[in-house]
Design a protein around this ligand. Structure first.
Ligand SMILES: Cc1cc2nc3c(=O)[nH]c(=O)nc-3n(C[C@H](O)[C@H](O)[C@H](O)COP(=O)(O)OP(=O)(O)OC[C@H]3O[C@@H](n4cnc5c(N)ncnc54)[C@H](O)[C@@H]3O)c2cc1C
Length: 391
C-alpha cells in the first residue's frame, strides 16, 4: 500500500515526495488552518534531509514565486531563530526579558492531565494526542498548546518547550525555545492568547472548545494570564529518553581499529540526507551521537525510532563515543568529513590534518550583528541565488 502523504517516513524518497506535493499557491491563503496547505517538510529540514535552497528551487520550478512570498518569509523565521541562537548561545534557554508574571509564578512540572492529553478541553487534548502519536503539530496548534500551558496552567515556558521539543520529529532547539518565549511574552512584546472562537475559525469540529475556560473574551484571558495561581506544584513526569538505548559506547580499541587508515564521514542525527557526492566508495560512514547533548535534550521513543531507522539505512556503525575517545581514534583516519550543525556542536572541536567540513547551503545570507527582532534581521539579510519567478 502507498504510504499516505500524512505519514512521515524517514527516507529520502518520502522527503522528496513531500517536497513535490507542496502547494505553494494554496499555502499563503490556507496556512493558518489546521487542515491548510502547509508543507510538513519540517522533520526533513531539522534532520538534514533537505536544505532550504533545495526546497526553494523545487518549489520555484513547480510554481514560481517571489522573495516576498509568505513561504519564504516563514523559512526566514527559522533562519532568524538560528541567528539568535548563534549570538545568544545557551541564553535561549533563559527568558530573554521579563514576562507578565515573575519566573517563580510558574510550575516546574507538566501537569499529568496535559501530559496524558486528558484535560477535557478538546483543542488541548486533540493537540497533545496528535503531537504524541505523530511527532508533528501544525503551527497554530503549537501556539494554542503553548499558550494554554503557560498562561492558563502557569507552567514555566521552558518546561513546556523541553517536553514539546522531545516529541516533535522536527524538534529544533532554536525554533522551539524562541517560539515558546514568543508565546510566553518573554521574547515578544506581549503574551500570545487565544480563545474558543479562534479555534472554531481554524480547526476541525472535534477541536472546538466552547463551554471551556477558553470560551472567554481576550480581556478575560488577559486577566487570567496576569493573575498568579495559588496552586503551584512542581510534580514532573517524563517518558523522554537519552541516547543510551540507541547508541553503544564503543571501546577505544574497537573505534581505532574501525577508522584506521580510512576516509571517515561522520553522520549525526542532523545530517541524514544524501551522502556528499565526492565521498570515495570505500569511505567508512560512522554514525555518532553526543550522549551529553541527548541527556540534556531527550527525545520520545518515536523520535528515536525515526532517526535510528534513517541512520540504519546509511550505516551499520552507530556509536556514542566520548569526545576524547572519538578524537583519539580519528587521528588514525586518513581523512575526516562531516556536515556541521548547531545541534552537533561537539564535532566543531575535532581536529585532523585532513578535516573537511561541508555545511549545507543556506538560503539567507548571514547577518553578523545581533538583531533583537525578526523585522531588523529581515531588513539586513538577503536571499542567495534566488531567481524570482513571480509574475
Ligand atoms: C510553540 C512552538 C514550537 C515550535 N517548535 C518548533 C520546532 O521545534 N522546530 C521547528 O522546525 N519549528 C518549530 N516551530 C515553528 C513552526 O510551528 C514549524 O516550523 C512548522 O509548523 C513546521 O511545519 P511545516 O513544515 O508544515 O511548516 P510550513 O508552514 O510549511 O513552513 C515551511 C518551513 O518553514 C519553517 N517555518 C515555518 N513556520 C515557522 C515558524 N513559525 N518558526 C520557525 N520556522 C518556521 C520550517 O522550517 C518549515 O518546515 C514552533 C512553533 C511554535 C509556536
Amino acid at each position: 500500500m502507498m504510504p499516505s502523504i500524512d505519514t512521515f517516513l524517514p527516507t529520502l524518497g518520502a522527503a522528496n515526495a513531500r517536497l513535490a506535493a507542496v502547494d505553494i499557491n494554496a499555502y499563503a491563503k490556507t496556512r493558518n488552518a489546521i487542515d491548510g496547505a502547509v508543507s510538513r517538510l519540517s522533520p526533513y529540514v531539522t534532520h538534514g534531509f533537505l536544505s532550504f535552497p533545495q526546497i526553494a528551487k523545487a518549489v520555484q520550478d513547480q510554481a514560481g514565486f517571489g522573495p516576498q512570498h509568505k513561504f519564504v518569509f516563514e523559512l526566514g523565521w527559522r533562519a532568524y531563530f538560528h541567528h539568535v541562537w548563534q549570538h545568544l548561545g545557551d541564553g535561549i534557554f533563559e527568558s530573554l526579558h521579563e514576562g507578565i508574571l515573575p519566573e517563580n509564578a510558574y510550575q516546574l512540572g507538566l501537569p499529568l492531565d496535559i501530559y496524558a492529553g486528558n484535560t477535557g478541553i478538546p483543542v488541548i487534548d486533540c493537540a497533545v494526542q496528535e503531537l504524541v502519536q505523530t511527532g508533528y503539530l501544525h503551527n497554530h496548534a503549537r501556539m494554542w498548546l503553548a499558550s494554554y500551558i503557560v498562561h492558563i496552567r502557569k507552567v514555566h515556558w521552558l518546561v513546556g518547550a523541553q517536553w514539546m521539543y522531545g516529541h516533535l520529529l522536527d524538534g529544533d532547539l532554536a525554533s522551539n525555545m524562541l517560539s515558546w518565549q514568543w508565546v510566553a511574552g518573554t521574547g515578544s512584546t506581549k503574551p500570545y492568547l487565544f480563545n474558543a472562537d479562534n479555534v472554531a475559525k481554524y480547526a476541525p469540529k472535534a477541536w472546538h472548545s466552547q463551554g471551556t475556560v477558553l470560551d472567554a473574551s481576550y480581556e478575560q484571558l488577559h486577566d487570567i494570564a496576569k493573575t498568579a495561581s495559588s496552586h503551584i506544584t512542581h510534580a514532573s513526569r517524563s517518558d523522554l529518553k537519552n541516547s543510551a538505548a540507541y547508541f553503544q559506547v564503543p571501546t577505544c580499541q574497537a573505534l581505532r581499529a574501525l577508522v584506521k587508515d580510512r576516509t571517515v564521514y561522520l553522520v549525526h542525527p542532523w545530517s541524514l540526507g544524501d551522502l556528499p557526492p565526492a565521498l570515495p566508495a570505500d569511505a567508512l560512514i560512522l554514525g555518532v551521537a553526543d550522549s551529553r547533548f541527548h541527556a540534556a535534550h531527550p527525545w520520545s521513543a518515536g523520535r528515536w525510532d525515526w532517526v535510528m531507522t534513517r541512520m540504519g539505512q546509511i550505516t551499520p556503525h552507530c556509536y556514542a563515543p566520548s569526545f576524547d575517545g572519538l578524537q583519539a581514534a580519528l587521528v588514525l583516519a586518513s581523512s575526516v568529513h562531516h556536515t556541521p550543525n548547531p545541534h552537533a556542536a561537539w564535532l566543531a572541536d575535532l581536529t585532523h590534518p585532513a578535516l573537511q567540513v561541508t555545511a549545507l547551503p543556506k538560503l539567507f545570507t548571514d547577518v553578523d550583528t545581533y538583531c533583537s527582532s525578526f523585522a531588523k534581521w529581515w531588513k539586513k539579510t538577503a536571499l542567495r541565488d534566488f531567481h524570482s519567478t513571480e509574475q
